[in-house]
Design a protein around this ligand. Structure first.
Ligand code: 13P
Length: 244
């Protein structure tokens, strides 16, 4: 099963969300061996869920808090997202880490909270360019996995998105060899931590139609998390429909 996930970040309003899906649904014919899902901003989640109802397309929240209710101004309730029909929660995206100060131990609580509600967490990990150049990639990823998954239940659904920070929104996609090596290393780390060998590991960072067809063939690349190229129906569908 390959997963094609769209991270819309802080783009689109509810009207644009509805318009996107009108066009996307006309293009898209889901294949049994693939899954397509969207992470709209919380304010557009309802519009997205209504639009995809009955299509087999899934949606998730870009961020959740680790408590479902209470005095937590500005946060998103995972329980509400679940009740609305969301199936996924993106956790620890590099922008959450670098711009909003999210750290691994808080992310571990979010992963566990999502799982406890029946939402599948997609934990994002990735190294900076400086860390890669210093040869620290694997140690950085290992720490992010060990800490971020410290409270995760191994028997419940979970996915990892490996997104090298230097490839996000830069047009610089990691090379086939870098993706091959790193996904293999992440698979090994997950296995050592006791997670199922079927835990999906998605690649993210400047995925486009033209590089998607080669990247998806790399062992242990179980799908993509796509930013910029997911904002237009045709460009995202071109990625979702690559040969797998
Ligand atoms: P881009 O596809 O725009 O590089 O963004 C990747 C990303 O951050 C997805 O979460």
């Amino acid at each position: 099963m390959k997963i094609f996930a769209a991270n819309w970040k802080l783009h689109k309003n509810p009207k644009e969300t509805r318009e996107f899906f009108q066009e996307f649904k006309a293009l898209c014919s889901l294949r049994p061996q693939t899954k397509v899902l969207f992470f709209p901003q919380a304010i557009c989640l309802e519009a997205a869920l209504t639009a995809v109802s009955g299509t087999g397309i899934s949606c998730g929240a870009q961020n959740i808090y680790f408590e479902s209710k209470g005095a937590f101004t500005g946060e998103n309730s995972a329980q509400n997202a679940k009740e609305m029909g969301a199936e996924w929660a993106l956790i620890g995206h590099s922008e959450r880490r670098s711009l909003f100060g999210e750290v691994d131990h808080g992310l571990a609580k979010k992963v566990a909270h999502a799982q406890s509600l029946g939402l599948s967490p997609m934990l994002c990990i990735g190294e900076t360019l400086d860390q890669r150049e210093k040869g620290e990639t694997n140690s950085v990823l290992k720490l992010q996995l060990v800490q971020g998954l410290s409270l995760a239940e191994k028997s419940k659904p979970l996915a990892i998105a490996y997104e090298p920070v230097w490839a996000i929104g830069t047009g610089k996609v990691a090379s086939i060899e870098q993706v091959r090596e790193t996904h293999q290393a992440v698979r090994q780390m997950l296995t050592e931590l006791g997670f199922s060998t079927s835990t999906p590991i998605l690649y993210g960072g400047s995925v486009k139609k033209d590089n998607a067809k080669d990247l998806i063939q790399i062992p242990n690349v179980d799908g993509f998390l796509v930013g910029g190229a997911s904002l237009e129906p045709k460009s995202f569908w071109d990625i979702c429909s690559v040969d797998v």
